[in-house]
Structure formats: C-alpha cells, structure tokens
Design a protein around this ligand. Structure first.
Ligand SMILES: Nc1ncnc2c1ncn2[C@@H]1O[C@H](COP(=O)(O)OP(=O)(O)OP(=O)(O)O)[C@@H](O)[C@H]1O
Length: 541
C-alpha cells in the first residue's frame, strides 16, 4: 500500500513527539558545525590574503581563530554523533516494541495474513530504514541544504558568475517525479523479495529436523535459491540504477570543479581576485559539491524510507483485538451455544450448532478431522466470533453473559501439539503468576508430569525452541500443568492425550475429572475412551 506524504508525515510527527528536544539539539549542533566550517573558509581566506599582502598585517590572531573553528567543529560533531546514535537506538527499540505489541494483539485473520519471516524483516530492516531517516538522515539533509545555500551565498558574494555556473549544472533530474516513481517501485519489489527469502529461511530453520527427516533438504534449498536469485536480480537492478545516477552526479561535479578552477586561474591571471579568494573559491566549490553529492545519496534513502514506512504502517492497519478490561467470574455454571454458525472466509465450518455444557458434567467434542473441533475452542476463547447465533455464560447467580474477549481470563486452555516456549519448565508453567512451590508441585502431579523430578535439573531444566529436549507426551503434560495452575472455572483441552500411552492417558483423565469436578471441562478428542469418561458429547458432522 502506498501512503501519501501527508499520512507518513502525520505518523512521523506523532512518533517523534517524545524525541523533540534531542532532535532539536542535534539539529542545532549540526548548524553550529556548519557555521564553524564556513568561518573556517572565511578566516582561511583572510589569513592567506594577509600573508600574501604587500603590507604587514597580523596573522597570528586569525590563525588562532582558524584552529578554534577546526577544533570546535570536531568537538561539536562528536557530541552530535553521540546524540544521534543514542536517539536512533531508543527509537529502534520503541518502534520494535510498538510493532511487536501490535502484532501480538492481531486478530485471527491478520495473523494468517502475515508470515513470521516477513514480520521479522519489517521489524528489523524496515525499522532501521525508518529510524535512520527520522533520527538523523532527514535532519542531516536539512542541514545539508542550509549548508549548500550558505556556501552558495558566500560564493555569490565573491563571484556571482561562478555561483550561477555551478547551480546550472546541478543534476536536478534527481528530484524528478519519474525518478522517484521508478525507485519506489524497485524498492517495493526488492523488499517483498527480501521478505519472501526471510520467510523461507525462518521456516527452514524452525523445521530443520523435520526437513532432514523427510529428506526435503534439496527441495527447500532449491526454493531458497530461487527466491534469492530473484532478490539478487532486483537488488542488482537497484544498484545499477543508483550507479548510473551517481556517476551522472559525479561527472557534473567534476565539470563544476574544473569550471571553478579555470575561472579562478583566469581571474587570478587578470589580477581580478586575490590568492585568498582563489583558495576560498576552491574550498567553497567543494562545500557546494559535497552537499549535492549527499543530496544524491539522500534521494535513494528517502525512497527506501518511504517504502519501509509504508510496510510498517501496513502493520498498524492490521485488524486488532480491542482489549476490554478482563472480567473474572466467581464461577461459571453453564456455557450455552445457540444456533451458532461460523465460517472462515468462504468455508462454512460450524452450522447452526446448539448445545450446553454444565459444571461437573464434562463434555467431549468429537468428529472427524477438519470438522471444526478446534474452531469451536477458538469460538469459546473469543479468538473468533460467530457469524450468527450466540454463545453465553451463566454464572453462579444465574446472570447470563454474552461471551467475548473480556471473559478469556475464565478459561484455561491446552492447545493441540507442542506449544512450549524456550525457557525453563518452571518459566513455562508459571509465566508471570505468583505461585508457591506447592502449587507447582500439585499441578505437575495432577498433569501426570512427575517425570520432571527425574530430570537432573528438575523444574529448572531448560527446554529449547518448541519444547526441544522433551518428548511430545512430556511437552503435552507440561502444557496441561501450565493450564491448570491458573485457577479458572473452565478448562479446555484440545487433544490432551494424543501423544500419551493408554495407561498414562487413563490416569491423567481420571485425575483431571476428579480435580475439575467443580469446573466446566471440555475435551476435543478423537480418543473414544476419553469420550466415554465424559457425561455429554457433541459430534461435529
Ligand atoms: N485460520 C483458518 N483459516 C481458514 N480456514 C481454516 C482456518 N483454520 C481452520 N480452517 C478450516 O476450518 C476447518 C475446521 O478446522 P479445525 O481445525 O477446527 O478442524 P478440527 O476438527 O479441529 O480438525 P482436526 O481434528 O484435524 O484437528 C478445516 O476445514 C480447516 O481447513
């Protein structure tokens, strides 16, 4: 999506609000730097004129001024660089946090739309391009323009013809709309290809064991290489385009320098200017050419910035969940589905479903694969909302609440498959809860996860990405302990016994049913034995 200058400006304005003082200070120091560099030229001219003058004039004070200007310039640059680096670091972190939080709150549909590799590219590369521009390059460019104008003015006051000649050969094509458009399109394509490569690398690394086991290495390798070849082609087009523009700029710059030199020598020869003016000429031409060169380098980074900001603003547009204040109910006696229908995009998954589940009467949700069992749990967790019908909760005082996100706190959920995070077992179970060791022990006992005590580091055992280091069945039981340690009136289990042997499974279910006798228990399962333990069942066709 292409955002307008105005939309981008508004976002930058609000994002930089808290950095205003720092950015202003940086700008001010850069300005002082420019002033000192021009004073350096001016005083150098005076010093040379005095040295070559026929009559005696004091040189020492002017030399002191030159040294002050040179040293002052270095000190000012050091301070401004420090402010610049520090501000950009802070901005990068802030933007990263903002975007991560934003994505964590994404609604179900948005999550599906964005792949992790692409998101990582936006969070890192695009973030860097955006911060680079608003934290320093933008200000530097502004200072550069001022520098250019001041130098031109200075040159104009010494020799208007030369100033005019230099201006005329400035390569204005860099600021043309066509150039911008072409660069923007190239950048957009290259960034999209970058994200595609990121997605493949991220998946390759995440599923490296599966890829090895299935012998998919050559296929995944080919896929990555093809995408990289496309990226390389696009990047090379970008590089060629930049090279041609930069070479044109350089050629015109050299012509400019030659003109200044020949013109200066001619006027010196005619005794129309002094040696000091000639040196100032050459220095000023350099001081005009450098800003033009940085202007040439600025244009591609401005385009990159705009494309990156487009990609970041897109993330802010993703549909988010509105986080209402959580409502924790003392108890939930009943959950009722009334004529609930739901579809993902065009596929109907749940059709006109009605049932109820009560405290102490565990429910099994059955049905063959792809019939919508997990979807039903998503509806209960308000991760998605019914297209028609309603889901309500009845609390202990017979009040009926229409289910939505704010009730999520009342549900403990054990997802299908391995859902553990990198960290210790304790960290996985407890998260940010404040719980006693006894409570952790009883959660482990209840979820038949006693095997933890046999591990050399017990509950402090570190587990890798996606539960690496534990068996599927062990990871599943840790996930159950993680859910039930949260004291909630409803427990939801998605295939809790799929990776367990019959004996462990039977023991676990009996324990859960006993411990959850005053709660609402819902099991999504293919396990008919587990279904037999439940008082009611819903079969999805
Ligand atoms: N995010 C999604 N977007 C679009 N369609 C989806 C999405 N998630 C699931 N589906 C589709 O919805 C249907 C029901 O999926 P669901 O995961 O609820 O089935 P399930 O009964 O739990 O299957 P299983 O027993 O295999 O776990 C499937 O046809 C699936 O393709």
């Amino acid at each position: 999506m292409n955002y307008t200058y105005r939309q981008q400006y508004e976002w930058v304005r609000s994002f930089t609000q808290r950095y205003r003082v720092r950015l202003s200070l940086y700008f001010l120091l850069e300005l002082v730097g420019v002033a000192l560099s021009l004073l350096f030229v001016y005083w150098s001219k005076i010093a040379i004129d005095r040295a070559t003058a026929d009559f005696e004039k004091e040189i020492l004070p002017i030399l002191v001024l030159i040294i002050v200007a040179a040293l002052g310039g270095v000190i000012i640059r050091t301070i401004s660089s420090w402010i610049d680096e520090n501000t950009r670091l802070k901005m990068t972190i802030q933007l990263q946090n903002l975007l991560t939080k934003e994505q964590m709150l994404s609604s179900w549909n948005s999550i599906k739309k964005r792949q992790t590799g692409d998101l990582m590219m936006r969070l890192q590369e695009d973030n860097r391009d955006v911060v680079q521009m608003i934290g320093s390059a933008g200000i530097s460019f502004f200072v550069t323009i001022l520098k250019l104008l001041a130098s031109l003015y200075f040159l104009w006051s010494m020799d208007p013809i030369l100033a005019a000649m230099i201006l005329i050969i400035t390569p204005l094509f860099l600021f043309s709309k066509l150039y911008f458009k072409k660069m923007r399109k190239l950048n957009q394509e290259a960034k999209a290809a970058d994200s595609a490569v990121g997605n493949i690398i991220q998946e390759n690394l995440r599923f490296r064991m599966i890829i090895q086991a299935l012998g998919l290495l050559p296929h995944r390798d080919d896929k990555l290489r093809n995408e990289q070849a496309r990226l390389l082609q696009l990047k090379m087009r970008q590089i060629n385009f930049n090279l041609i523009s930069n070479t044109t700029v350089r050629i015109t710059m050299n012509i400019g320098y030659l003109i200044a030199f020949i013109w200066g020598v001619y006027r010196l020869n005619q005794h129309e200017i002094s040696f000091g003016t000639m040196t100032a000429f050459l220095q000023l031409v350099g001081r005009i050419q450098n800003p033009i060169l940085s202007g040439a380098a600025f244009v591609p980074s401005l385009v990159r910035f705009r494309v990156s900001l487009d990609r970041i603003l897109e993330l802010f547009e993703d549909k988010k969940e509105i986080k209402p204040k959580p409502v924790k109910l003392e108890s939930i006696e009943k959950i009722r589905f009334e004529n609930v229908s739901f579809k993902y995009e065009e596929t109907n998954v749940i059709n006109n479903l009605s049932f109820e589940v009560c405290v102490g009467k565990p429910l099994a949700i059955l049905g063959s694969s792809g019939r919508g069992k997990t979807t039903l749990l998503r509806l209960l967790l308000a991760l998605c909302t019914p297209d028609s019908g309603k889901i309500s909760l009845e609390d202990g005082i017979n009040t009926v609440h229409l289910l939505d996100e704010k009730h999520r706190e009342n549900f403990a959920f054990v997802p299908q498959g391995n859902s553990l995070f990198t960290g210790t077992i304790r960290e996985n179970i407890v998260g940010s809860l404040l719980v006693s060791t006894e409570k952790i022990e009883s959660a482990l006992e209840l979820s038949s996860a006693n095997f933890v005590h046999d591990l050399p580091q017990g509950i402090h055992t570190f587990i890798g990405e996606s539960g690496y280091g534990l068996s599927e069945g062990q990871a599943q039981r840790i996930a159950i302990a993680r859910a039930i340690i949260r004291d909630t009136p409803v427990w939801l289990f998605d295939e809790p016994t799929s990776a367990l042997d019959e004996e462990t499974s039977a023991r676990l279910i009996k324990q859960l049913l006993y411990e959850g006798k005053n709660k609402i228990l819902i099991f999504v399962t293919h396990d008919l034995k587990l279904a037999e333990y439940c008082d009611t069942s819903v079969y999805l066709h």
